[in-house]
Structure formats: structure tokens, C-alpha cells
Design a protein around this ligand. Structure first.
Ligand SMILES: Cc1cc2nc3c(=O)[nH]c(=O)nc-3n(C[C@H](O)[C@H](O)[C@H](O)COP(=O)(O)O)c2cc1C
Length: 228
């Protein structure tokens, strides 16, 4: 596929056609994704292709309460689990909300658990008085490359992070090695029809000149992008 259309039209897919995906295809997807960038090129990723029904069910059972909690928190209008100005914790048990991707996890063609070896990540913001963010930069480009490589083969998928919140359960279930963190669970499969119209904010809404409180960067501006 042409790069621009892949960038602009790779949607999250959470429902798949009832067709299996060969392990060889998953191998080839990972063989492309391994070229993703990572800090110091340390490639901290580990991948488990989860085929076992019992492990899948265990993952789903651990992820479902996180989804229910997410939905209940989202109803407050604030971002669930945000460390700054996020939704306040729930005071009551959240209701069960159907989510076929998790509820029918046994029928999802491909389930990938992605982990990161923390000893291979230089966490540049580890000492700052705020939660760290930089370490994720060494694993999420790899996750995104998996989705792009899948898209190139006509597959769709979604990166999910429910399993991280439940890592105390999902980690042992997956044999997560010491010193590693779960980063995502990626679901992949064939898609009958690809959604290509994505809702995203315009550049003017997030890009400014010189400083984050500067003038918006506008479309078609004739100024050079640097001053010599
Ligand atoms: C870091 C990250 C975490 C995500 N976690 C979840 C998740 O736990 N569950 C889920 O259904 N989707 C998850 N997503 C997918 C987002 O919901 C999706 O990218 C976003 O809603 C845009 O959807 P679209 O590309 O179909 O427009 C995640 C995406 C990213 C990049």
C-alpha cells in the first residue's frame, strides 16, 4: 500500500472475518515489525502468540473488569486512568458491558501479547517528579508496525492495553519474565471491509510555532521551517 494512505487510513479493527491466519503470516508480520525504532536500537520487545484457549480465557477474564471500569469512568467525561486530572476512582462496582473482542476471545484469529524488557530501556524521564512516558517510546512504535504490517497483508487489528492494568494476573499467566512489563495485547484478523475515514484533530489544534503557546502552524504557510 502507498505510505500516505496507510498512515491516514489504518483504523482499529475489533471484529474479524471467520478465517484463520497462519502462523507463517504472523511470523512475516513480525519480520517486518522488527525494523521499528527503539531507544539505542535496544529492541526490548518480546512477543507471545497466544493460541492456548485456557490462556486466552484467562486473559479475557482479567481484561473484562478493566474494560467495565474504563467504560464507567469514561461516563464521567474525564479520561479514565489519566494520572493528571483523570476520572476519580469508582465508588461502586461497574456494570458488565459487552465487548465481543474480549467476550469471544477464543474466536479471534490472532492474539499477541507484547512485553518490554525494562533493562533495555533508557527511561529518560525516570527522575522527573511526574509519571514517566519515554519508555513506552521504545515499544509502541513496534506495536504500531505490527498493525501496519498486518494492514499491508489485508489484515486489520487493534492494540489494546487492558492486560497491563491486570498485569498481576496476566503476567504470570503469560510467563512474563522478571524485569519485563506487559505493553499491549494486539488482536489481528481478516477484515471484510476496511474503515478508511478516521476522526482526528486538525494540525492547527496541536502544532504551534516556536513554543507550545506559540501561533498555530497553518496549512500552506510560505515561511521556511527554520531560520539560518
Ligand atoms: C497506547 C494505546 C492503547 C490502546 N488501548 C486500547 C484498549 O485497551 N482497548 C481498545 O479497544 N482500544 C485501544 N486502543 C485503540 C484506540 O482506542 C484507537 O487507536 C483509537 O480509538 C482510534 O481509533 P481509530 O484508529 O479506529 O480511529 C489503544 C490504542 C493505543 C495507541
Amino acid at each position: 500500500m502507498e505510505t500516505r494512505s496507510v498512515l491516514r487510513a489504518t483504523a482499529s479493527v475489533r471484529a474479524f472475518a471467520a478465517r484463520s491466519v497462519d502462523d507463517g503470516v504472523v511470523y512475516d508480520i513480525l519480520d517486518d515489525a522488527r525494523f521499528a525504532p527503539s531507544g539505542g536500537n535496544r529492541q526490548p520487545w518480546r512477543v507471545a502468540l497466544v493460541k492456548d484457549r485456557v490462556i486466552r480465557r484467562g486473559l479475557a477474564d482479567a481484561m473484562k473488569p478493566v474494560w467495565n471500569e474504563y467504560v464507567a469512568l469514561a461516563q464521567t467525561g474525564r479520561t479514565p486512568f489519566a494520572v493528571v486530572d483523570g476520572a476519580p476512582p469508582l465508588t461502586t462496582e461497574p456494570a458488565d458491558v459487552p465487548f465481543p473482542l474480549i467476550d469471544d476471545i477464543e474466536s479471534v484469529p490472532v492474539v499477541l501479547a507484547i512485553a518490554a524488557d525494562l533493562s533495555r530501556i533508557a527511561t529518560m524521564d525516570a527522575d522527573l517528579p511526574r509519571p514517566t512516558i519515554s519508555g513506552g517510546g521504545s515499544i509502541y512504535p513496534f506495536c504500531w508496525s505490527i498493525l501496519l504490517a498486518a494492514r499491508d497483508r489485508g489484515l486489520g487489528g487493534v492494540m489494546t492495553t487492558f492486560s497491563i492494568r491486570a498485569e498481576r494476573t496476566t503476567g504470570p499467566l503469560l510467563g512474563l519474565p522478571a524485569g519485563h512489563a506487559l505493553a499491549a495485547t494486539i488482536f489481528l484478523g481478516h477484515v471484510d471491509r476496511h474503515l478508511t475515514k478516521l476522526r482526528r484533530n486538525p494540525v492547527e489544534g496541536f502544532a504551534t510555532i516556536d513554543r507550545f503557546d506559540g501561533k498555530p502552524l497553518s496549512s500552506g504557510a510560505q515561511q521556511p521551517s527554520r531560520v539560518d
